[in-house]
Design a protein around this ligand. Structure first.
Ligand SMILES: [Fe+2]
Length: 91
């Protein structure tokens, strides 16, 4: 059963909430969160293995969207604040 209780939402989140003061920082933190999401979906897909192909396909489609989001944010960051890219988050 989904748990939408806002009191525990931050505790259960895979990514941290970080206060930002500039557009550059906001995009960078959002990119970190997207990469955390990508790793989380990869772990879920790996966990499923061959046990639940329908759920696996659903997670793979979500993973593809998260990868698009990360690429979009990387592109924005290159325009807003050209610097070396962030390294991928590993588990
Ligand atoms: Fe996303």
């Amino acid at each position: 059963m989904p748990n939408f209780d806002p009191h525990g939402l931050a505790e259960r989140s895979h990514a941290e909430y970080v206060e930002c003061n500039t557009l550059d920082e906001m995009i960078r933190e959002n990119l970190v969160a997207e990469r955390v999401a990508i790793e989380s979906y990869k772990e879920m897909i790996s966990y499923l293995g061959h046990d639940d192909p329908t759920t696996k396909r659903l997670l793979e489609s979500i993973l593809a969207k998260e990868e698009e989001h990360a690429e979009d944010l990387s592109s924005m960051l290159r325009v807003v604040a050209p610097r070396p890219p962030l390294k991928a988050v590993s588990a």
